[in-house]
Design a protein around this ligand. Structure first.
Ligand code: GLA
Ligand code: GLA
Length: 641
C-alpha cells in the first residue's frame, strides 16, 4: 500500500452478505472516507466450495466494485481457516495439543503449522489469487493467512515431532551437542537416538526447560514457514506487490516477532485495547512502539482495531464517545500509516456477531458510524504525515526467548514479563519520552539510554552489545534477575549475574523473593516488593538500601560508572513513585529530553515528522502546551507554528 495518505478502512467480508448489500457497502465506505479494505481473510470455503472446484465470480465482482470506487484492497490469501472438506480429506492436518488431543474443525486456524499438506494447499490457493488478481488495479497489498498463532501456536503431532527433530538437527548438528544444550544429565533425560527426541508433551511434572524453550522457538519458525511458503509464491507471480501478515499487539508471547519482521514488506498490527482498562492506552502506545521498531522505524499499519466493543472479553463495553478517535490518532502519532477496523459490517451470525463494526446491526444511522465517518475525514487531512518518522532516544529491550523462559516452571519467583515491561514503560510514557522497542542484540548506537527489564536469559552477543553501549558512553537501566542464564537456559556460573557483573560492578549472592504482599522499605522513603537481590557491590555506588525486610541494611539500587557511561541497577521492584523518580533521574543523566515539558498527567505527547500530537486520555479538559484539549481530545500541531 502506498504511504501517500493515512489509510482508513476495515476488514471487508462480503461473502457473509447477499450481493444486494455490496453497492450499499461501497456507498457507505465512500461516505466514511474509507481508502482501503482487507478482503477475503476467511474466504477459502467461498472460493473453493468443493475440492478443486473454484468460484471466484463473487470476488471478481467485489474487486471491481472496490476498484471503481478507488478503494485500495489488501487482498488476503484466505488460508487462515481451511474448509470443512479439507479437514475431512486430510485429517492429519488438524493440530494436536500438548495432551495429545487432536483439535476439531469448527472454529478457525485448525491446521498443523508443520503440515506439508496444509502448506502446499495454502501456497496453491495463494497462487490462484495471485494469478487472478495480480494485475487488478485495486490490489495494493497481499495479506497472508491471518494472525498466525493466535489460537494454535504449536502442534504436538507426529508430523510436528519430525519437523522439530529436523529443526534441532539444523541447530545442534548432533545428539551430543543437543544433550549438552538441554542439560539432559539432569533426571536421566539423555537422548541416544533422534527417535527419542520429543516435543514437550504433558509429562508427570516439570518438563525440561531447554526443550520447552527450543520448542517455542521451533513453533515460531514453523508458523513463519507457513507464511513464507505463501509469500514465495506471491513474490514470484506478483513481484512489486507488497506482502504482509497481521501481527498481534497483546501480552502473549505468540511468536518471535523480531525474526518475522524482516519478512514483511510493511508491519501490520492488530490491536484491541480494552475499553474497561484504565491503562489500556499505555499498553497500546507500547505495542505501536514495538511495531514501528520492528519495521526499523518505517511506518506500520494498524490493520485491525475495534470501533467500539470487543466481543471476546465480556462484558463487551462500547468505547465511549471520542475514545476511538483518540486511540486512532495515537496509532498515527506513533507511526501508523493506516487505521483499519475489524470489521466493516457487523456479522448477523457466527461467533463474533457482537463485535463492533463500522456498520452496525442497525445500519449506519448511529453514533459509531457518524464518529467513524468524521474520523475518516479528519485522517484524510493528515495526508502529509504519512511516511514520516517518529524519533526516539531511548530503547527498551524486549526479547521473546527471555519471555518464554520466564514463563517456565520453578523460577525463584513469578516474574511476569507483561507486568515487568509495563513497570518500565509506564514512567517513560508519563515523562513523554518516546521509546523504541528493540532486541538485546540490536544496534544501540542511536540511543542515549537503554532500559532492560529483567533480561534473565541473555545470549553472549546481547551481553557484549549492552556492555559496548555503556562503555561507549551510553546509559543503562537494568532490573534484577538479568544475565542469569544463557540461550539454553543454563546458569552462567561464577556468581550472578554472570553476564553483567563487571558492567554493573556488583555480584548477587542470593535471591530473596518477597512473597504474598510482603514489602521492604527503602532508605529513600519509598517501598519495594516482589524481589530482593542480595547485592555485594564490587565498584558500584549504592543509591538506595533496604531499611527492613530480609535484607535490611543491604543495597537495593546501585549505579556503576563503566567506560564512558553508567549502568543503574534495580535489585528489587520499587513502588511506582520510586520507579518514576529513578527513571527521571536516569533520563536527566543520559541527557534525554521529553517531547514536551510540563504537560498535565494523562496527556501523551508524540512527535512525528513535523507534527506534535497531543492526546488527552483524561475525562476532563486540560491545557497542554498552550493548547486546550477537551476530554479525550486530540490536537495535531505543526511544529514551528
Ligand atoms: C524430591 C526429589 C528430588 C528433588 C527434590 C526437590 O525430594 O526426590 O529429586 O526433586 O524433591 O524438588
Ligand atoms: C482478530 C482477528 C479477526 C477478529 C478480531 C476480533 O484480530 O484477526 O478476524 O477475530 O480479532 O475478535
Amino acid at each position: 500500500m502506498k504511504h501517500d495518505r493515512i489509510h482508513f478502512g476495515a476488514d471487508y467480508n462480503p461473502e457473509q452478505w447477499p450481493r444486494e448489500v455490496w453497492p450499499e457497502d461501497i456507498r457507505l465506505m465512500r461516505e466514511a472516507g474509507v481508502t482501503a479494505v482487507t478482503l477475503g481473510i476467511f474466504s477459502w470455503a467461498s472460493v473453493e466450495p468443493e475440492p478443486g472446484r473454484h468460484d471466484f465470480s463473487w470476488l471478481d465482482e467485489v474487486m471491481d466494485l472496490l476498484g471503481e470506487a478507488g478503494i485500495a484492497v489488501s487482498l488476503a490469501t484466505g488460508t487462515a481457516s481451511p474448509p470443512t472438506w479439507f479437514s475431512r480429506l486430510h485429517p492429519e492436518t488438524l493440530p494436536v495439543n500438548r495432551d495429545g488431543v487432536r483439535l476439531s474443525p469448527g472454529s478457525r486456524q485448525h491446521y498443523c503449522p508443520s503440515s506439508p499438506v496444509y502448506r502446499e494447499a495454502a501456497a496453491g490457493l495463494a497462487a490462484l489469487f495471485a494469478k487472478r488478481y495480480g494485475t487488478h488495479p485495486a490490489l495494493a497489498l497481499w495479506h497472508v493467512g491471518n494472525e498466525y498463532g493466535c489460537h494454535v501456536r504449536e502442534c504436538y503431532c507426529e508430523v510436528s515431532t519430525e519437523d522439530f527433530r529436523a529443526w534441532l538437527r539444523a541447530r545442534y548438528g548432533d545428539l551430543d551437542t543437543l544433550n549438552d544444550a538441554w542439560s539432559t544429565t539432569f533426571w536421566s533425560q539423555r537422548v541416544s537416538d533422534w527417535a527419542d527426541v520429543l516435543p514437550p508433551r504433558t509429562a508427570p511434572t516439570f518438563r525440561n526447560p531447554a526443550q520447552e524453550l527450543d520448542f517455542r522457538r521451533f513453533s515460531s519458525d514453523a508458523l513463519l514457514a507457513c507464511y513464507r511458503a505463501e509469500r514465495e509464491v506471491l513474490r514470484e507471480l506478483t513481484p512489486g506487490v507488497p506482502i504482509t501478515t497481521n501481527l498481534m499487539g497483546m501480552w502473549e508471547a505468540v511468536a518471535d516477532y523480531p525474526s518475522w519482521a524482516p519478512e514483511l514488506d510493511v508491519v501490520a498490527l492488530d490491536l484491541y485495547p480494552e475499553p474497561k482498562d484504565p491503562a489500556a492506552h499505555v499498553d497500546a502506545a507500547f505495542f505501536h512502539d514495538q511495531m514501528r521498531s520492528l519495521g526499523g522505524g518505517r511506518p506500520h499499519l494498524m490493520m485491525e482495531t475495534a470501533t467500539s466493543a470487543i466481543s471476546y472479553r465480556p462484558p463487551n463495553r462500547p468505547k465511549r464517545a471520542g475514545l476511538n478517535r483518540l486511540w486512532s490518532h495515537q496509532a498515527v502519532a506513533r507511526g501508523a500509516d493506516g487505521v483499519m477496523y475489524f470489521q466493516w459490517r457487523a456479522s448477523a451470525g457466527g461467533a463474533e456477531k457482537f463485535h463492533s463494526a463500522v456498520v452496525s446491526h442497525g445500519g449506519s444511522d448511529n453514533r459509531i458510524f457518524r464518529e467513524t465517518a468524521a474520523l475518516g475525514a479528519e485522517l484524510a487531512g493528515l495526508r502529509d504525515v504519512a511516511g514520516t518518522r517518529v524519533p526516539a532516544e531511548v530503547a527498551l529491550v524486549f526479547d521473546y526467548a527471555n519471555w518464554w523462559s520466564l514463563e517456565l516452571d520453578a523460577r525463584p519467583a513469578e516474574l511476569r514479563i507483561p507486568e515487568r515491561v509495563r513497570a518500565h514503560y509506564l514512567p517513560l510514557w508519563r515523562e513523554n519520552v518516546t521509546v523504541d522497542v528493540v532486541t538485546p542484540e540490536a544496534d544501540l548506537s542511536g540511543y542515549r539510554l537503554v532500559v532492560v527489564p529483567n533480561l534473565y536469559l541473555c545470549t553472549d552477543e546481547a551481553a557484549a552489545n549492552l556492555r559496548r553501549h555503556v562503555e561507549g558512553g551510553g546509559h543503562l537501566l537494568m532490573s534484577f534477575f538479568s544475565g542469569i542464564a544463557d540461550a539454553c537456559d543454563r546458569i552462567r556460573l561464577g556468581g550472578y549475574p554472570g553476564a553483567f557483573r563487571d558492567l554493573l560492578g556488583l555480584r548477587v549472592e542470593e535471591f530473596w523473593p518477597l512473597s504474598g504482599g510482603e514489602t521492604a522499605r527503602l532508605d529513600t522513603g519509598r517501598q519495594a516488593d516482589l524481589w530482593a537481590d542480595h547485592i555485594v557491590p564490587e565498584g558500584a555506588e549504592v543509591l538506595a538500601r533496604y531499611v527492613d525486610g530480609p535484607l535490611a541494611g543491604e543495597p537495593a539500587v546501585t549505579r556503576h560508572a563503566f567506560g564512558a557511561g553508567t549502568a543503574t541497577y534495580l535489585g528489587t521492584r520499587p513502588d511506582e513513585r520510586a520507579m518514576r523518580e529513578l527513571v527521571r533521574d536516569t533520563l536527566r543523566r543520559a541527557g534525554v529530553r521529553p517531547v514536551a515539558f510540563g504537560l498535565p498527567e494523562g496527556v501523551e505527547a508524540v512527535r512525528r515528522g513535523d507534527r506534535l500530537f497531543l492526546l488527552n486520555h483524561n475525562d476532563h479538559p486540560v491545557l497542554a502546551a498552550g493548547t486546550e484539549l477537551a476530554p479525550l481530545g486530540v490536537a495535531v500541531l505543526k511544529e514551528g507554528r
